[in-house]
Design a protein around this ligand. Structure first.
Ligand code: GLC
Length: 742
């Protein structure tokens, strides 16, 4: 029988009253303060400690004894534990065994789904559909919360211009505006309007900051950039998440300007707290406090903990640094009680907002768990999201007409390639607890979509091997078929964390397999599945039909089959540039003009001898089965005043045979600034659905706020001068006009 001190019982009375009150901020702060006033230093360190359960390990494990740590109040938060019965058992330990009964946070990497898996975030961003993305996050939260989770380590919003970096898969590409819109959509999707809603999760924007810009595209490597590039390009998506009310933020592994992000006061206090007013909780990445020692920034773990807490970190993920050294650091005066209380308060407030003090078991309902996993709405949305994430890169005439969409009356389709019938690879990186048994492969998708067609399947080769013994069967299947579909690319672990690739090409001998199939003279459709842009230069030149299908999740096969059959007219647009070669990286659309912009006929201009300057496939690019014609770009005025605005309108017409969705994009260029400015910047986009022959006018509003940048004296302001405006279906295929800002 547990005994409680009078003081604790009095306090428990406070909790009992919690259970009957939802409370306002004032009440929350009163109750958190009263809890703080009776917590021991060890219990405070416990609230700043996040340990991993032994289930899904996403990094080195520092302590196995997390159960006794929970019972003693020395671990107040857990990651990688899920399932109602398991989490209920652990929550009971915290609430009934520990002295103060403070409930646990249960965090997990719900990145693109929990059991039902949606397209990897980079793919889904190619939908340019923030409502769709928000719904994906909301459905992911619903399924994960039903399994006893209350916190996700997402959205990952690291902007990235480098396909060598494997974690490009987890973000939303190379543009600050699009990345910001996707960040906000995911935060709102996960968190809903009330964090205590048991069908929502607290979100965690990550990895702060600029983790997506490691030198050489090598994960965890050094990041160094000007403050102007940091603020103008890399910070906006984190700020968008903060402005959207994200409950927590995760520090990144990398250093920035010589200081590891986890000990970086400029980032964690000056920008995040003082400039942006973030009031949520800051958690480190996995042992990133400890890693300040190899960074060469901390002498030892105690010093690392002092640097982290002083910089603005609240919770230590797995490192056990606060767990082991907080008391000593406080005794030595290296940190203060106020610092500790500030951080504990943020953790307790997050738990309060989640409703955990009101009911620690609100996310732990076995009946709910069974009724929600794989609910029909999830599988339907998984298909819709996958369809809209697919980007059609090529659809050239073959034998007089485009290969795609495939006709219905085919006798045989040869389906070749190592990714044609693979379940786990469809789920991509960070697929949480995705259930591979529910995955629809491309083979199954084609069988579903072409019931009267024989699908001849031959693997041909593996993703990474050099064994050509399967080529014969593949050739035989192709020769007996009307059309060949070949599915090649990366397996699911070839992108994501610790998966950088110096040569981001289609691995192994898969391109040899494609060449062999192209040489049959049959119409060939190449479907590339990957977690990053790959170098497709030779393949694209030879292939009549090229479909980029990323890693699309549970309904991948159905979505790709819907595109190949024309059931769904592809509408995806790239959110990251595809290079001609690794030597071209980084290549991105919003680049500077330089003093010697490329001129094909002039030697002494900025160009390569062996490849073009432009990317193989540009930002914003994606084909449809129909064609969209742009005309009549008009401005309401050619003069904009500092307190005015102007309208930009453009006509878009569906000039083809298929109804389809187009993403109309608006870009601007500031021709002269107190610092040089990019040749284009995305300032807006609109999605329109047009029937064949239908035309519409799309109108945008531009104001000086859209033209602000960090000027020479680092003021965020618009400067008078000449501007160009561009509108079109990609960042290169655009109409142009101009205006003056006075
Ligand atoms: C990993 C990742 C981070 C993830 C965390 C917990 O190392 O960097 O994105 O949320 O650890 O799994």
């Amino acid at each position: 029988m547990k005994t409680y001190s009078l003081l604790t019982l009095a306090l428990m009375g406070v909790f009992v009253s919690c259970r009957q009150e939802t409370g306002s901020d004032t009440e929350m702060k009163q109750k958190v303060d009263s809890l703080l006033s009776v917590m021991t230093l060890e219990e405070k360190a416990g609230q700043l400690t996040l340990f991993t359960s032994g289930w899904d390990v996403t990094g080195p494990v520092m302590r196995e004894e997390y159960r006794q740590d929970i019972a003693s109040g020395r671990c107040g938060n857990l990651l990688n534990a899920h399932g109602v019965s398991y989490n209920r058992e652990l929550q009971k330990l915290a609430v009934e065994e520990s002295r103060l009964g403070i409930p646990l946070l249960f965090g997990y990497d719900v990145i693109h789904g929990f059991k039902t898996i949606f397209p990897i975030p980079l793919a889904e961003a190619c939908s340019w559909d923030t409502a769709l993305v928000r719904k994906t996050a909301a459905l992911s939260a619903r399924e994960a919360a039903a399994a006893g989770l209350n916190w996700t380590f997402n959205p990952m919003v690291d902007l990235c211009r480098d396909p060598r970096w494997g974690r490009i898969a987890e973000g939303s590409g190379e543009d600050p505006l699009l990345g910001s819109m996707m960040a906000a959509a995911r935060v709102k999707g996960y968190q809903g309007t009330d964090l205590s809603d048991p069908f929502t999760l607290a979100a965690c924007v990550k990895h702060f900051a600029a983790y997506g810009a490691p030198e050489g595209g090598r994960d965890y490597n050094t990041v160094d950039m000007s403050e102007r590039v940091l603020r103008e390009i890399y910070l906006p998506p984190y700020k968008a998440a903060v402005d959207a009310g994200v409950a927590s933020l995760m520090t990144s592994f990398n250093e920035l300007d010589g200081i590891p992000a986890t000990g970086n006061r400029f980032l964690l206090t000056e920008i995040l707290r003082e400039e942006w007013g973030f009031e949520g909780m800051v958690v480190t990445d996995y042992t990133s406090i400890n890693e300040m020692i190899p960074h060469g920034y901390a002498r030892n773990l105690k010093h690392a903990g002092e640097l982290a807490l002083s910089a603005g970190v609240d919770m230590d993920m797995v490192g056990a640094v606060f767990y082991n050294h907080l008391e000593e650091s406080l005794e030595e005066g290296k940190i203060t009680e106020e610092m500790i209380n500030r951080s504990v308060r943020r953790v307790l407030e997050m738990k309060y907002k989640l409703g955990l003090f009101d009911d620690p078991f609100r996310y732990l309902d076995e009946e709910r768990e069974d009724s929600i996993l794989f609910a029909p709405g999830l599988m339907e949305h998984a298909l819709e999201s996958a369809r809209k994430s697919i980007v059609l890169l090529e659809n050239k005439p073959f034998g007089g007409k485009p290969v795609l969409p495939l006709p219905e009356n085919l006798n045989r389709i040869a389906l070749i390639g190592p990714l044609a019938h693979s379940r786990i690879d469809m789920l991509g990186t960070w697929h949480a607890s995705g259930d591979t048994t529910k995955v629809v492969t491309l083979k199954e998708g084609l069988e579903n979509q072409f019931p009267n067609t024989q699908i001849l399947h031959a693997r041909g080769c593996s993703v990474n091997g050099t064994d050509r013994s399967g080529f014969g069967d593949a050739l035989s299947a192709a020769m007996r078929s009307d059309v060949v579909v070949v599915a090649v690319g990366e397996y699911f672990m070839q992108s994501g964390e610790a998966a950088s690739r110096a040569m981001p090409v289609i691995p192994g001998i898969q391109e040899e397999l494609v060449d062999m199939l192209l040489n049959t003279g049959k119409p060939v459709v190449v479907v590339v599945m990957a977690g990053r842009p790959l170098i497709l230069t030779e393949l694209a030149a030879k292939t009549p039909a090229l479909v980029y299908a990323w890693h699309l999740g549970t309904r991948a096969g159905d979505a790709i089959a819907d595109i190949l059959s024309g059931e769904y007219n592809p509408s995806g647009k790239l959110v990251v540039s595809f290079p001609w070669s690794a030597g071209q990286i980084p290549v991105y659309y919003n680049h500077k003009n330089t003093g010697r912009p490329m001129h094909p006929l002039q030697k002494y201009t900025s160009k390569y001898l062996d490849i073009p300057n432009n990317p193989r496939y540009p930002f914003g690019y994606g084909l449809s089965y129909t064609t969209f014609e742009y005309s009549g770009l008009q401005l309401s005025d050619t003069l904009m005043t500092m307190n005015g605005s102007l309208k930009v309108s453009v006509q878009v017409k569906n000039t083809g045979e298929y109804a389809g969705e187009e993403t109309v994009q608006l870009y601007v260029r500031d021709l002269v600034g107190s610092v040089t400015r990019p040749v284009k910047e995305l300032k807006g986009f609109r999605k329109v659905w047009l029937e064949p022959g239908e035309e519409t006018t799309v109108t945008f509003t531009l104001s000086p706020d859209d033209l602000k940048f960090y000027t020479v004296d680092m003021q965020f302001a618009a400067e008078p001068g000449e501007f160009k405006v561009f509108a079109g279906g990609s960042s290169v295929d655009v109409l142009e006009a101009g205006f003056t800002l006075k």
